[in-house]
Design a protein. Sequence first.
Length: 129
Amino acid sequence: MDEAAGLVPIPKMIIQPLVENYFKHGFHKAHQTGVLKIGTALLDGKLHVVVEDNGTGISEERLVALNSNLSGTKPEPSDSGDRIGLTNVMFRLRLYYGEEASLQLELNEPQGLKITMTVPTTHQEVTAL
């Protein structure tokens, strides 16, 4: 964790759906151990929050489709389907931060999923540390 990242305000309950995503779609009881990591970093005036797991992952086709949907300039909140959490997180991020906010999914090696949430910061918050 980047200590200065704690000074950057983010909407309440914005990380929870990313964590829940693992338990809903990636965790498999047959695996002996599930690993879920959450980290932060401040890079180039942006806060990066990374949620990664060693779950079952998703197909390359599904990954491309989800990233395409999340990168749309005007994401619509969803009320059905299995992408409701990610779409609604992206919708809320865009409401708070505008077009600079992003949510990027990638395959985690050797297995699992990595989700990176990126939001802009202001110098006032970060330099206060």
